[in-house]
Design a protein around this ligand. Structure first.
Ligand SMILES: Nc1ncnc2c1ncn2[C@@H]1O[C@H](COP(=O)(O)OP(=O)(O)O)[C@@H](O)[C@H]1O
Ligand SMILES: [Mg+2]
Length: 304
């Protein structure tokens, strides 16, 4: 994959690595965990780039590196061409505002002692110079369907789906250009998931947002994503247009992920189970150069 920045690129990772020390029994450093290993990725303005892979593959860590919530071990993160990793802390405020995040678990990301309105006011107070941020906070809550007396209620009074709506209102209130959605529906009942996904889609259209949509579940991203990047043990092993990737998966790991999607046909479900059992994740190999992705078809890249 080329790292040359495309004119349409809003946010990009250039050979980004994030290593964590592995600590031994007495706190001694016994090794290093390459949570993200030389990842290069362009997120284009207005698209939804899905980042998928099993739990522990490094998706959240990569997202946190992009948002500067985590300091990269090496590499560059560019927002509209500006390398954020080289930026002094005092110059980062506008970028914190432009890049927001929606977390998996709205209950732990919301403050239990603050009303819905207070939760949404907080980022406005910290990140904008708005004299009276209340109208804007109310407008953001209305956009996600929280209106009337409900805005004065505390998180415990809301259902899981409504709490996630408050989390979304918090993210969009400051008018970001980019939102990282980190497993935004994974903690929700299946019946509620579609409502939240639809809300995210319509907000994207209305507000012209660019999404990085992280999910361990490929089926969730199919109707939402423009492109899909598949992450495996800290590296991107496949990247392509959503339909391309679903209809013609090239990397064996992608095929395994696809086979893990529940299928209504019992015979196919059995085959999928067999495939999973036969191929432990250790099975997959990659070339020595982690950045080496081959363009197998136009716009469709796969590891060596
Ligand atoms: N702060 C941290 N300290 C040490 N290890 C971490 C830290 N954050 C994540 N990791 C490790 O990095 C790997 C990738 O984690 P993560 O990015 O959360 O994966 P994912 O989001 O794909 O489930 C995991 O092995 C995880 O245990
Ligand atoms: Mg995660």
């Amino acid at each position: 994959m080329t790292t040359a920045s495309v004119t349409t690129s809003l946010l990009s990772a250039e050979s980004v690595s994030k290593h964590f020390p592995i600590k031994g029994p007495f706190g001694t450093r016994t090794g290093v965990l390459k949570a993200v290993d030389q990842v290069s990725l362009d997120i284009r303005r207005g698209e939804t780039l899905a980042l998928v892979g099993e739990s522990g593959s490094g998706k959240t860590t990569l997202g946190r590196c992009l948002l500067q919530m985590e300091q990269v071990t090496s590499g560059a993160v560019r927002y509209e061409g500006v390398d954020l990793t080289a930026l002094p802390a005092q110059q980062r405020r506008p970028y914190h505002r432009s890049m927001q995040v929606i977390f998996q678990d709205p209950f732990s990301s919301l403050n239990p002692h603050r009303t819905a309105l207070q939760q949404v006011l907080e980022p406005l107070q910290v990140l904008t110079d708005e004299v009276d941020p209340t109208p804007r906070a109310l407008a953001a809550l209305e956009q996600v369907g929280i209106t009337g007396d409900a805005v004065h209620k505390y998180p415990r009074a809301f259902s899981g789906g409504q709490r996630q709506r408050i989390g979304i209102a918090r993210a969009i209130s400051v008018r970001p250009a980019f939102v990282m959605c980190d497993e935004p529906v994974s903690a929700l009942d299946v019946s509620i998931q579609a409502q939240i996904l639809n809300l995210l889609s319509s907000l994207q259209r209305e507000l012209g947002l660019t999404y990085l949509f992280i999910s361990h579940d490929l089926s969730v991203v199919r109707h939402l994503a423009t492109r899909v990047a598949v992450m495996y043990r800290g590296r991107i092993v496949e990247l392509g247009g959503t339909e391309q990737l679903f209809t013609d998966p090239l990397h064996p790991y992608t095929r395994t992920l696809l086979s893990a999607i529940p299928v209504p046909d019992p015979r196919r479900a059995r085959e999928a189970k067999l495939l999973r059992a036969e191929r432990p994740t250790e099975w997959f190999a990659w070339p020595d150069d982690p950045q080496h992705l081959v363009e197998a078809a136009p716009g469709h890249f796969v590891a060596g």
